[in-house]
Design a protein around this ligand. Sequence first.
Ligand code: CUA
Length: 177
Amino acid sequence: MGAAERTEWRWMAAMLSLLGVMMTVIVVTSLAHALRPPSNVETIDPDTLHLAGEFVDSNLGSAREADGSVTVRLIAQQYSFVPECLTVPADTPIRFRITSADVVHGFLLIDTNINTMVVPGFVAEVRTRFTRPAEYALPCHEFCGLGHHGMWAHVTVIPRNQFPDLEPTGRLRCARH
Ligand code: CUA
C-alpha cells in the first residue's frame, strides 16, 4: 500500500468514526428526549385549552405582571391565531406564551429573531424586548394544512407610556375582523 493510499484510509476511518459519533448523538438524544422540543418542556392538554387554565379565552392577549413586564398568551389553531392581533409596549420585558389546539404550527415575527415551533401538548415560550415602536407580521411558518397560507397575526409595539395600565385580570387584545 502506497503512502497516498494509507493517508486516504486514515482519513476515511476518521470520517466514519465522526459519522458514528454524530449518529449516536442523534439516536441517544431523540430516544432520551422522546423527540420532544428540547427547550422549555412544559406540557399542557390541548383538548381542554378553552375550558380551564392558563389558555382560556378571557386570559388570552397581553397581561401586565406585578413586576411591570408583559406576558402575551395566544393559541395557534387551524387556521388562525387567537387573538389575531396583539399589542405590546416597547422597552419592556415581554414573554410570549403560545400553545396549539390541534397540529404543529409556527410562531415567527418577521425581521426579528423570534421564531419557534408551536407543538400541541407543549407551551412554547419566547422572551424578548422591543427597542422601539413597530408593526410586525406574524405568519404561521410550519405547514399545518390547507389553510396554512392564510394563518397570520399581527403584533403592534407601542411606546411604553401609551400602554394602558391593565388591572391584574385585564387583557389587551384588539378586535380585528
Ligand atoms: Cu398554522 Cu401553518
